[in-house]
Design a protein around this ligand. Structure first.
Ligand code: ADP
Ligand code: ZN
Length: 515
């Protein structure tokens, strides 16, 4: 059965849109046909309408499970402004308020009810098919420990299908790789859900990765070239959001910090000032952005590398929602990788997290189209290179780096595989500092054999050696660089090593190329 005929007038009347986007219409039809659905659509793609519009056509209410109490009110206010009867139920309300809502449900006065997963228990009396026609689960990836934002409270949702056997469940998320998708369906007990996977390609976002050297000044320049453009800078820690904010403010940049350490009022203020263009830049932890509907964010910077590509994708997706040109700039730092690796150490799903970090690293160090790599992670194949990433714009040049590799590997050997990258580079460059003096490394025959190459470039080359398997990092031995069985081939058997030259990815160069 198709409901298409009467959908557009409803869309127009209640939401003010003339046509559907992406797969909204197919999804809505499937929901109206009471099929379980799994909707994977990028942030800003228009997921809400997929359950809000059917909610208007069902007899009973649509229960919307949403993880963030802070956002429920906004969403409900938005619906009410469109003349839709909606409310929310969560632990921030008094018993009287909650009772009042339950009465509204019993007397069929509502079309949509937003609920936090931990409050579902309190809804026991209305959790039956007499009242409920549909269940929507927003941010459904939160149910899976495979995802990047696991929330234990979401695991209670597996009982919904038992309580409401014939009620369609629509699970929605912006981020889910295949394993997470499978996990969502299993846990919600909707094994036969119809899957709708909208393209993840956000063509208007220029992707760029730069080495993290002197990143604060790079950021200051970046912002200086974009007066009045709104942007978000993601940092790994609360402390670094505050520090960066101060550095930027000291340069006269209109920046604020946002993280979970601020109280509710402070957070709300930063959010609102940003949404209403009263603050240009927000330095934030990943706590910032979920559900923020601001279409003119022109750029997103990752001050630190995210721990996986799902997080990266979701965060850059906050730029350019209006479809016009936007930019995502990621700073790639070797130290960040090591730190992220330490966070993972001993985690219950350590292997999985390491694999995800590895993919993130591959993306950052890519020598081929980054968008291809990113989309392939989400199971999408791009037929041609995108032409809108730094690698496409400025392809790396390969050269025979065998001698460079031999120099680095022989220093690693001389240092008995016991020193980290920094010391290796210092010895290569013949640096005179505390370590090289105290440990008398200046007496080694290979001391200074690489003094014709800058520190930064050595780092670039050694990272490539690690990536190509010619040496490795011993995480449990103070990150010492060690040889692998391939090292021997390079040192003694003339194995050739291909490397890329360091690229100057400064903005000026890029602009010159665009002209
Ligand atoms: P998501 O939840 O996928 O991030 P939303 O449902 O919040 O996305 O929608 C993103 C934006 O797109 C909102 O501003 C919404 O009003 C708008 N939108 C959704 N569907 C349509 C449509 N069919 N036509 C025009 N705008 C739409
Ligand atoms: Zn590309």
């Amino acid at each position: 059965m198709t409901h298409s005929n009467n959908l557009i007038p409803t869309l127009k009347k209640h939401f003010g849109f003339d046509s559907f986007r992406n797969q909204q219409e197919e999804i809505i039809n499937a929901v109206l046909d009471q099929k379980d659905c799994l909707v994977i659509m990028p942030t800003g793609g228009g997921k809400s309408i997929c359950f809000q519009l059917p909610a208007l056509m069902f007899k009973g209410i649509t229960l919307v499970i949403s993880p963030l109490i802070a956002l429920m009110k906004d969403q409900v206010d938005g619906l009410r402004a469109n003349g839709i009867e909606a409310d929310y139920f969560n632990s921030s309300q008094t018993a009287d308020e909650q009772q009042h809502i339950l009465e509204k449900v019993a007397t069929a006065k509502l079309k949509l009810l937003y609920v936090a997963p931990e409050s579902l228990g309190a809804l026991e009396n209305i959790l039956n098919e007499k009242y409920i026609s549909c269940v929507a689960i927003d941010e459904a990836h939160c149910i899976s420990s495979w995802g990047h934002d696991f929330r234990p409270s979401y695991q209670q949702l597996s009982f919904l299908k038992k309580a409401l056997t014939n009620t369609p469940i629509i699970a929605l998320t912006a981020t889910a790789d295949k394993a997470t998708r499978q996990d969502i369906m299993e846990q919600l007990q909707i094994p036969n859900a119809k899957q709708f996977i909208t393209s993840f390609d956000r063509k208007n976002i220029r992707l760029e990765v730069r080495p993290a050297n002197d990143r604060v000044n790079q950021i200051i320049d970046f912002i200086a070239q974009r007066p009045n453009q709104s942007g978000i800078i993601y940092c790994l820690s609360r402390k670094s959001t505050e520090q960066l904010k101060e550095r930027l403010q000291s340069k006269g940049i209109d920046a604020q910090a946002y993280h979970a350490g601020l109280n509710f009022q402070e957070r709300t203020k930063v959010q609102e000032d940003f949404i209403f263009d009263k603050t240009q830049v927000v330095c934030a932890t990943v706590a910032f952005g979920m559900g923020i509907d601001k279409s003119n964010v022109r750029w997103v910077i990752h001050y630190n590398m995210p721990k996986n590509l799902e997080g990266y994708y979701q965060e850059i997706g906050r730029a350019g929602r209006d479809g016009t040109k936007a930019k995502a700039l990621l700073f790639h730092s070797y130290a960040d990788v090591l730190q992220l690796r330490r966070f993972i150490d001993g985690a219950s799903n350590e292997q999985l997290q390491i694999a995800k970090l590895e993919r993130m690293k591959q993306f950052s160090e890519a020598t081929s189209c980054r968008r291809k790599i990113l989309l392939s992670y989400f199971g999408e194949l791009l037929a041609t290179n995108c032409g809108n990433c730094d690698v496409c714009k400025n392809p790396p040049q390969f050269f025979n780096g065998t001698v460079i590799a031999q120099k680095a590997l022989s220093v690693i050997t001389r240092l008995r595989q016991g020193e980290s990258m920094g010391v290796i580079i210092d010895v290569l460059r013949g640096a005179k500092n505390a370590t090289t003096l105290e440990k008398q490394y200046y007496q080694l025959p290979s001391y200074g054999i690489g003094n014709d190459i800058s520190w930064k470039d050595w780092q670039h080359y050694i990272i490539q050696l690690i990536d190509q398997g010619y040496c490795e990092i011993a995480f449990h031995k103070h990150n010492a660089l060690q040889l692998t069985h391939f090292s021997k081939e390079v040192l003694f058997n003339g194995q050739e090593v291909q490397m890329t030259k360091p690229v100057d990815r400064s903005e000026k160069l890029e602009e010159k190329q665009e002209k």
